[in-house]
Design a protein around this ligand. Structure first.
Ligand code: AHR
Length: 500
């Protein structure tokens, strides 16, 4: 029987918890916006056309900062089309996803939707087909209080208060040949630096995210970050990371250890950014915005006919249905983001509704939780105070893709009154008994112990069976004189909350 010992020291602080780590992403793609968050004919729709049943699930998910409006979409986005009287807004072709954009949801409506969900807006500017001037105009429209052409236009459009958006992305995945207006690192680095300099001339307090690589398998990975930062280092605050994972060729062992790739990705970007910073003798440290991460069965979409020659409104695109194994991997990726929270200061689960999403909807019908909803919502709800790096003593197993992978991974959060332990068991076959030394934490009782696992690791929630998979009580969790003992089922994600 495999066992694991975890030791938690109160002073092993990675970083104080910044709730931006629980961000998400809404792109004008498929049915994320149209027939997702927005469906004016739906019985729960409000006066803006937003579904309130979806709003309720978003609140339960506990996502914080929401990136908008793309993604690849942003590289063709004309923000001016998306404001003002709805009946006058033009219908455009979205080249990124080959669909029709009606602009019925735009900057002002989305900002109102965020208020309903209690989230912060993280806006992306178009550096694909547009540039500095359009970015500055959008910034003025959104953030300037009043008395200028564009701020007065916003007020005339019905939004008297500025949106006061703090985080801005300087384009999206500009290294990707699929991106409208993609560039070399040198060209993008120069444009990003100039755009950032101009935006900060308007507001020194903005937090700007420069595009890093679209994935660690990009041929330019590493060099891209170095070149871009050599141009933009002093003007920006974050560099972005994007990573999607999927089970390939039935290799569940490797898939369950996907977070090792995320760890490699983070370490490479941190060391590259620090190399540039040191070379420039800068006192500043660049933070990472992991603003696209998730499970995405991309190989299947590439082979499908979802993106075809028709120009359709709200087509069903990227509607992955997630399994228990997918949820365990997602929970583990979130553990890895927290374990690197000293540098990964912001992250966005991509995406939020219908498109590779934790929440699914049917037009005129229900909204429901995918399996991946659960580890995200529980972590967001229970995490508080400081993120603590535990010491984990556990055997490893072999994987074809990542080499040796520890069978158990975990992260801990704690404040003065409560703490939480989040754990995964990557073993396909064995339950693992884990003892956790929590004697240095405010932990005299267990307030909650839940797990996500199933006899069928490929079980899913679907339209027909929306509650097939859910959280279960983690049976047998016990606390005795500062030692928490749990038995983690095979292929499971679990959370235990403790209080003083
Ligand atoms: O999240 C889906 C897409 O993935 C985004 O539009 C793009 O940025 C990435 O390639």
């Amino acid at each position: 029987m495999t066992t694991a010992q975890i030791t938690v020291r109160r002073d092993a602080v990675v970083a104080p918890l910044n709730r931006r780590i629980f961000g998400s992403f809404v792109e004008h793609l498929g049915r994320c916006v149209y027939n997702g968050i927005y469906e004016p004919e739906h019985p729960t729709a409000n006066e803006d056309g937003f579904r309130l049943d979806v709003v309720e699930l978003v609140r339960e998910l506990g996502s914080t900062t929401i990136r908008y409006p793309g993604g690849n979409f942003v590289s063709g986005f004309r923000w001016e089309d998306s404001v003002g009287p709805r009946e006058k807004r033009p219908v455009r072709r979205d080249l990124a996803w080959h669909s029709l954009e009606t602009n019925q949801v735009g900057v002002d409506e989305f900002a109102r939707w965020l208020k309903l969900t209690g989230s912060e807006l993280m806006m992306a500017v178009n550096l694909g087909t547009r540039g500095i001037e359009a970015a500055l105009d959008l910034l003025e429209y959104c953030n300037h209080p009043s008395g200028t052409a564009l701020s007065d236009q916003r007020i005339a459009n019905g939004t008297p208060e500025p949106h006061d958006i703090r985080m801005w992305c300087l384009g999206n995945e500009m290294d990707g040949p699929w991106q409208t207006g993609y560039m070399t690192a040198d060209d993008y680095g120069k444009l990003a630096a100039r755009t950032a300099q101009a935006m900060k001339a308007a507001d020194r307090g903005l937090e700007l995210v420069v595009c890093g690589s679209s994935g660690s398998s990009m041929p330019t990975f590493g060099d891209w970050e170095r070149t871009v930062l050599e141009h933009a280092y002093e003007h920006v605050d974050f560099i972005s990371c994007h990573a999607y994972y999927q089970e390939r060729r039935g290799d569940l062992d490797s898939y369950l250890a996907s977070s090792l790739d995320m760890q490699y990705f983070i370490e490479t970007v941190v060391s590259t950014a620090d190399h540039v910073g040191n070379k420039l003798r800068s006192s500043k440290k660049i933070k990472l915005s992991f603003d696209e991460w998730n499970i995405w069965y991309l190989d299947e979409h590439r082979e499908s006919d979802e993106v075809n020659d028709e120009w359709r409104y709200a087509p069903r695109q990227l509607e992955d249905v997630y399994s228990v194994a997918d949820a365990v991997v997602l929970g583990n990726l979130l553990i890895t983001l927290l374990a690197n929270h000293d540098r990964v200061a912001s992250a966005s689960l991509a995406q939020l509704v219908n498109v590779i999403a934790p929440i699914m909807t049917e037009p005129g019908g229900d909204a429901w939780r995918q399996t991946t909803f659960f580890p995200f919502s529980v972590t967001s709800r229970l995490a508080s105070g400081d993120v603590l790096r535990p010491r984990i003593d556990v055997p490893s197993y072999d994987t074809a893709a990542h080499g040796a992978a520890p069978l158990v991974d975990a992260i801990v959060t704690a404040d003065d009154e409560r703490s939480a332990v989040f754990l995964v068991n990557r073993s396909r076959t064995e339950s693992i008994t884990v003892t956790v030394d929590v004697s240095e934490l405010a932990a005299s009782r267990i307030t909650e112990a839940v797990t996500l696992w199933d006899d069928d690791v490929y079980a899913k929630n679907t339209l027909e069976d929306q509650e097939r998979v859910g959280l279960k009580t983690l049976e047998g969790a016990s606390l005795d004189e500062g030692t928490l003992t749990v038995v983690l089922p095979p292929v499971s994600w679990s959370a235990v909350a403790l209080a003083s």
